[in-house]
Design a protein around this ligand. Structure first.
Ligand code: NAD
Length: 488
């Protein structure tokens, strides 16, 4: 088996361990892949270090680096069907959504391929005729890129594209549950002509294959997307050698609906916000907040439509959403709902697995709505990362803002209102990295993505995404060197 890429060579794991990848929709076998550990991670870091210190990539001008990214974008577009299929088999996600995810990856490689050519350093006024001062960008060095399982190809692309654009070398460690498109993307990078050792791939569980990347002294930066608890561990491990860290972590995202919103549109989006990919989206609008005067009618409409959502596998064209990623994750979602009910939330729909025998082999969980939720409940404090919507009621704009901000998270959220001034006012008061007004979920390669507060420290996409992977250096050149004579 040869699923790890180390120093330009496809290889098996040193300990010869393997893992079966099974489709969460029906448990069918998708692939058997190599499963590496600490020794593989160390070899991959050594290869990336050597490629950074001695190889051509960090010294390649921005033009050819951008060209390579544009070639990769074309290849990802060329292989769209195969990549979307592989993503759906690993994640259980509907094929239509996986196809959108491939488009996202293409847009990301195109964006950074073009951006890096236009980004220049600057000349600074030194205030003297005898010196020239320039500020230039340089790569950070060896980057450890660690990604989760919910949108594997876009999340990998959001890291790989800017890291390469900036001239870094890297070791990628995708989620052990969904490695297929990471392997495929690495094959495309090789096909595109990336020099050996620039891109390295290690597969395996986080504690064994990921953790050794986060404290290895030869790694300069860790870019991590995943859960808050793991993020804290990664940050602590990276602190030992003061690595640069870019963390994209969990969210419990408020979707705030005022009484003057377009009722039907807001109901429709409230469903997509949380039930798309069965809630396994970091920006899922899992926290519905509705103004008192329309609360009951709004929640009734959401519950009515949530009951009708059709579940099914990735290739079932009638399915509107799919399974959870694993039995363990489904058990966590079940426990989350049980905790909410024990604390006084009311179950309006779902709350259990479907009884359709056709779904019995998958990790399905019914779209669930819990109302009568309020501050202090664990379901508001925690992210379920499943198809669970919690509902709160608010009475005023100030209360909506106060409640929405009363959380350790700050990733994303939305405001729904027919009053443009109010929508803007509330959007500016929400402590969130992304706020949608009268919409939910759109994301652009040219606009930054990242969390406030404990939702993360990093920025992905946009010029800020490139900045994460670059050092900025000031070079001062004395054009008329003379002795200073201070110590004469
Ligand atoms: P996770 O934290 O369990 O794992 C993420 C990655 O980290 C995986 O590759 C895993 O193997 C690895 N890992 C685990 N322990 C590690 C350790 N000690 N050291 C280094 N690496 C380790 O998260 P998950 O369950 O895969 O993903 C779901 C979480 O990701 C959710 O909380 C979600 O909100 C978050 N997420 C955030 C964003 C964002 O942009 N903010 C995007 C997608 C997902």
């Amino acid at each position: 088996m040869t699923d790890l890429l180390i120093g330009g060579r496809w290889t098996g794991a040193i300990d010869e361990r393997t893992r079966e990848i099974r489709c969460p929709a029906d448990g069918s076998l998708v692939a058997v892949v190599d499963e590496g550990g600490g020794k593989d991670a160390a070899e991959a870091v050594a290869a990336a270090r050597q490629a950074f210190d001695q190889g051509p990539w960090p010294r390649t001008p921005a033009g050819p680096r951008g060209d390579l990214l544009l070639r990769v974008a074309d290849m990802v577009a060329r292989d769209k069907d195969a990549l979307a299929r592989a993503e759906s088999l690993d994640t259980g996600k509907r094929l239509a959504e996986s196809r959108l995810d491939v488009d996202d990856a293409v847009a990301c490689f195109r964006y950074y391929g073009r951006l890096v050519r236009t980004e220049t350093g600057r000349v600074v006024d030194t205030g003297t005729a005898h010196a020239v001062s320039r500020v230039v960008h340089e790569p950070v060095g060896v980057c450890a890129l660690i990604t989760p399982w919910n949108c594997p190809l876009p999340q990998t692309s959001w890291k790989v594209a800017p890291a390469l654009a900036a001239g870094n070398t890297f070791v990628l460690k995708p989620s052990e549950l969904t490695p297929s498109t990471a392997i495929a993307l690495m094959r495309l990078l090789v096909e595109a002509g990336l020099p050996d050792g620039v891109a390295n791939l290690v597969l395996g569980p986080g504690p064994e294959a990921g953790a050794p990347l986060t404290d290895n002294p030869d790694v300069d930066m860790v870019s991590f997307t995943g859960g808050l608890r793991t993020g804290r561990r990664v940050m602590a491990a990276a602190a030992g050698t003061v690595k640069r860290t870019s963390l994209e972590l969990s969210g419990k995202n408020p979707n705030v609906v005022f009484a003057d919103a377009d009722f039907d549109t807001a109901v429709d989006h409230a469903l997509t916000a949380v039930f798309r990919h069965s809630g396994q989206v970091c920006s899922a609008g899992a926290r519905l907040m509705v103004e008192g005067s329309v609360h009951d009618a709004f929640v009734e409409a959401v519950v009515h439509r949530a009951r009708g959502i059709r579940l099914g596998g990735p290739f079932d064209e009638r399915a509107q959403t799919g399974p959870l990623i694993s039995a363990a994750h489904r058990a966590r979602v079940e426990a989350y709902v049980a905790a909410g009910l024990a604390e006084g939330a009311r179950l309006r729909c779902g709350g259990t697995c479907p009884d359709d025998p056709a779904l019995a082999d998958g990790y399905y969980f019914l779209p669930t709505v819990l109302d009568r939720c309020h501050s202090g409940m664990s379901v508001l404090a925690d992210e379920s990362f499943g198809p669970v919507l919690t509902v709160e009621r608010f009475a005023s704009e100030d209360e909506a803002v106060r409640l929405a901000n009363d959380t350790v998270y700050g990733l994303a959220g939305a405001v729904w209102s027919g009053d443009e001034e109010r929508a803007r006012r509330v959007a500016s008061r929400l402590r969130l990295g992304t706020v949608w007004i009268n919409d939910y979920h759109p994301c652009l390669p040219q606009a930054e993505w990242g969390g406030f507060k404990q939702s993360g420290t990093g920025r992905e996409l946009g010029p800020g995404g490139l900045a994460e992977y670059r050092e900025t250096k000031h070079i001062w050149r004395n054009t008329r060197p003379r002795p200073r004579g201070w110590f004469a």
